[in-house]
Design a protein around this ligand. Structure first.
Ligand SMILES: *Cc1c(COP(=O)(O)O)cnc(C)c1O
Length: 360
């Protein structure tokens, strides 16, 4: 059993060469990293141990490290936001930690003490808090990652792991403002099936998705819409986002049945929508129902939800060449209100009556 750690157990090695921060125009998602990273090790004797904050830099692994061979790896994604008063806050980080641990369980990776994982996230962000940008809609993206390091190429769960948290300053996902995107309905490849890894934030899901994503990009589409892997009839997700449809003034999102990643943004949207008096249905949603609703003029809105873009309205769905145009390719009032409310809470511009923000 691991020792119980607290923030003061984190050893600190400060960089001797702080980086020059990139100009805001170069804060492209995932390109630049802050001065430090959090690192913790796992082995069978000590469990999770040796938490530290060290200068951001390369790590050394055996070419036999299990992650390279069998993909035993997971990640998380959340952001730190700077408010107008200069404070830094996180948005529902305990949800990311909980998801990290259920992903651990699915991938046979030992779980991390959730209280300490949250402390680790807070500590590394605090330590590099001068990397949290203050430009409007800019944030510091937080990327925890855990992977198998055992230098052994037999197939089994690794007996050693690394848990690392890196930080990347990012600008607005859509610098021109949120405009509806074009989505390609993927009928050939699938992302995940019930019983597989779909509900877990595993890198393997992304490896499975790249082929379809590339195909869609090549013909001018921003993302793919995934159908269920068995009948290819029901909607799962949109690329790296959960998806919502408003049909006849009711809001429908696919239920979490094992093949879908339970997004924090998805959960927050459901809360807000119910609070605003909307009917929200979490259920199986057939593509045919969307096509039908569109024919009858009842498809009001569609949008994706995720930490990176927050809300991404869908203007066009292309299903095997049939084009479904939604809300005249304009952002709808529901998507706009969700975007304004969530970003308002995240950047501390509107009151957080749900207790979602965590100040550092
Ligand atoms: C991370 C992710 C999401 C969005 O989750 P959030 O917690 O809202 O950021 C949706 N789908 C997939 C496949 C994801 O990996």
């Amino acid at each position: 059993m691991s020792e119980k750690f607290t923030a003061k157990d984190i050893k600190i090695e400060k960089t001797a060469q702080p980086k020059i921060k990139p100009p805001p125009s170069d804060m492209i998602f995932g390109k630049n990293f802050s001065d430090h990273m959090f690192v913790m090790e796992y082995n069978q004797d000590k469990g999770w141990n040796n938490p530290k904050i060290v200068p951001y830099g390369n790590i050394s692994l055996s070419p036999a490290a299990m992650v390279f061979h069998y993909g035993q790896e997971l990640f998380e994604g959340l952001k730190a936001y700077r408010t107008d008063s200069g404070k830094v806050q996180l948005f529902r980080p305990e949800k990311n930690v909980a998801r990290m641990n259920w992903t651990c369980d699915r991938l046979c990776i030992p779980e991390v003490d959730p209280e300490f994982a949250l402390e680790a996230i807070k500590e590394i962000v605090r330590f590099d808090s001068d990397w949290v940008p203050s430009e409007p809609e800019y944030s510091l993206y937080i990327r925890p990652v855990i992977f198998a390091t055992d230098p052994f190429i037999g197939v089994k769960p690794s007996s050693t792991y690394l848990f690392i948290i890196i930080l990347s300053p990012v600008g607005a996902y859509y610098p021109e403002g949120i405009n509806p995107v074009k989505i390609y309905v993927e009928n050939e490849y699938v992302r995940a099936v019930k019983g597989g890894l779909g509900f877990a934030k595993a890198g393997a899901n992304y490896a499975a998705s790249l082929k379809a994503q590339g195909k869609a990009k090549n013909i001018g589409y921003a993302q793919v819409m995934w159908l269920d892997g068995i009948e290819r009839k029901y909607i799962d997700e949109v690329g790296t986002m959960n998806v919502f449809f408003m049909i006849d003034n009711k809001i429908i999102t696919p239920s979490l049945d094992g093949s879908i990643l339970p997004g924090v943004t998805r959960d927050s949207c459901i809360h807000l929508l119910k609070d605003w008096g909307y009917t929200v249905e979490e259920r199986k949603l057939a593509l045919s129902e969307i096509i039908e609703a569109n024919k009858n003029g009842k498809l009001n809105e569609a949008f994706g939800t995720g930490t990176a873009a927050v809300i991404s309205p869908i203007g066009i769905l292309n299903n095997n060449g049939d084009i479904i145009a939604i809300n005249n390719q304009k952002i709808g009032p529901v998507a706009q209100k969700l975007y304004d409310t969530l970003t308002g809470i995240q950047w501390g511009k509107i009151e957080d009556k749900y207790g979602w923000t965590v100040e550092l």
